[in-house]
Design a protein around this ligand. Structure first.
Ligand code: PGA
Length: 265
């Protein structure tokens, strides 16, 4: 059965690969990634290096044939919500937009180490939409919440507070990444059943907030210890549209993940 939405595989490099290493890594993976994605209009791949390496990766992506540039995009890992000003160390939506189509927002590491809340994440998401960026909004329960049966409550709160107030015209350009915090970098991915039931819940919440039509366009990714070994299980569920990949995205395994997904489309 044909899938309802294009698949997305995003690679979150986290704090790995400065400009030089980024250049080398992209050179290593691009030829094969290009071959895999060539003629596959159903899968979008988004590379998200550290902000200091965005230019280096942009330069490499610009050498790709135009037909492929539609399927391999660039994303930032974070941004501030103001357009400019005295915010030392931050980058703005307009700066990100010069190089990228996409921005990851509200990653659990940003929430944990840099004090981001549902409210600041929502401000960033609204700014991203205003400046023409496609947000990947990260949500997910932590280990304690998972163990004490609070997943549903936490997800509801995050969806209602991070995905609210979207302008009508932009509600269909949203990506949510469900990333249970205990699964990130632990090698212990969620089960396909758990991931898919939360994905269905997220879509239902989005439906309740906006409409059936808008909810059918929402792309929901699973993230947390995704590898080429387990990606197929997640992709079998109709509510999971792809993955946000961390550790495996800075290795050649990333290309295998993309190849597996293309093979399932
Ligand atoms: P992981 O990270 O794939 O290394 O678990 C995922 C993420 O943090 O986005």
């Amino acid at each position: 059965m044909a899938r309802a939405r294009t698949a997305i595989i995003a690679g979150n490099w986290k704090m790995h690969y400065g400009p030089n290493e980024a250049k080398h890594f992209v050179k290593e993976i691009l030829p094969e990634l290009g071959r895999v994605l060539y003629n596959s209009s159903q899968t979008l791949c988004i590379l998200c290096p550290p902000s200091i390496s965005l230019s280096a990766v942009r330069t490499a992506l610009d050498t790709l044939p135009l037909s492929l540039q539609n399927y391999i995009e660039l994303g930032a890992q974070n941004m501030y919500f103001e357009e400019m000003g005295a915010f030392t160390g931050e980058i703005s939506p307009t700066m990100v937009r010069e190089l990228c189509s996409t921005v990851i927002l509200g990653h659990s590491e940003r929430r944990l180490y840099f004090g981001e809340t549902n409210e600041t994440v929502n401000k960033k998401v609204l700014a991203a939409l205003q400046y023409g960026l496609r947000p990947i909004i990260c949500i997910g329960e932590d280990n304690e919440q998972h163990e004490t049966g609070q997943t549903e409550r936490v997800i509801q709160e995050q969806v209602r507070n991070c995905l609210c107030n979207f302008p009508e015209a932009q509600r269909d350009n949203i990506i949510v990444a469900y990333e249970p915090v205990w699964a990130i970098g632990s090698g212990k991915a969620a089960t396909e059943e758990d991931a898919s039931s939360v994905a269905s819940m997220i879509r239902q919440l989005y439906r309740d907030m906006y409409s059936e039509e808008v909810a059918s366009t929402l792309r929901i990714l699973y993230g947390g210890s995704v590898t080429s070994e387990n990606i197929n299980e997640f992709m079998t569920h109709p509510d999971i549209d792809g993955a946000l990949v961390g550790g495996a995205s800075i290795k050649t395994d990333f290309v295998k993940i993309v190849r597996n997904v293309v093979g399932m489309m």
